[in-house]
Ligand binder design. Structure first.
Ligand code: URA
Length: 242
């Protein structure tokens, strides 16, 4: 890691509220890893390696066109843009949020507002650039007034995300926020009980880790440390260490 990269990572960690210390004999800042404090209370997942699907650009193009023209639910009436998803279509990491907000609706890209900046910092703290992961939402269109997605909207939109997951073949899914977590796992359990353990998603049993939504973390910075623990847990799962 270059000095510049090290400094950027230190800034990301600081944005996450993670204590940073520098050893005199080490040029790079080190985050205090709170690994010992991360309980893995869920079932331990035996992970057979899921083969990476072959890249299918034509399938992506067809899916993107379908989403852009979607009128499956009334949300299409108020949208400026659909928000398909962005990033590396062969990513190990798939980040799934709730639904576009005003800024995302304007720009047609997920997580580009303030919450998106914090998400970028969270990824950056792991040494991940935004463009190396894939980012999508449960819904492709903005619910008015940023209200919670309705069950019928989630159902109408769900096959799009399912096809994205199939095409990407991620090694780890990070569900950010209650709405994403509960809908992906099809439960109503509070997010505080879903985080801190490893779940699996779909028939491929893709490991899934839940963390707090960055918009919530902006309002409740005291929870950032738990979010950092979730990110470390996800990385350990990806690396086969959990
Ligand atoms: N919040 C989300 O869950 N997704 C976005 O794309 C933006 C904000």
């Amino acid at each position: 890691m270059s000095v510049l990269e090290g400094e950027r990572r230190r800034q990301y960690l600081e944005a996450l509220g993670v204590e940073v210390w520098v050893r005199r004999d080490l040029p790079e800042p080190q985050a205090v890893p709170p690994l010992a404090a991360v309980p893995v209370v869920g079932p331990q997942v035996a992970m057979p390696p899921v083969p990476r699907p072959a890249p299918r650009p034509e399938a992506w193009d067809a899916l993107a066109a379908e989403v852009a023209a979607c009128e499956r639910c009334p949300l299409h009436e108020g949208r400026l843009n659909t928000v398909f998803g962005v990033g590396n279509r062969e990513a190990d990491w798939l980040v799934i949020g709730e639904a576009p907000g005003a800024e995302e609706d304007k720009r047609g890209e997920p997580f580009v507002g303030r919450a998106g900046q914090l998400l970028n910092s969270m990824l950056g703290a792991l040494g991940l650039k935004r463009e190396t992961v894939y980012i999508a939402n449960i819904l492709k269109c903005r619910p008015p007034g940023n209200r919670d997605p309705r069950p019928e909207e989630v159902v109408a939109c769900s096959s799009y995300l399912a096809r994205q997951i199939e095409l990407i073949g991620p090694k780890i899914v990070l569900a950010v926020g209650r709405i994403a977590a509960q809908n992906l796992l099809e439960v109503t359990t509070p997010i505080g009980k879903l985080r801190g353990q490893v779940h699996t998603l779909g028939p491929q049993r893709i490991p899934l880790v839940v963390t707090y939504h960055p918009a919530y973390l902006l309002r409740t910075p005291s929870e950032k440390r738990k979010a950092w623990q979730d990110l470390l847990l996800a990385r350990r799962v990806l690396e086969g260490r959990s």
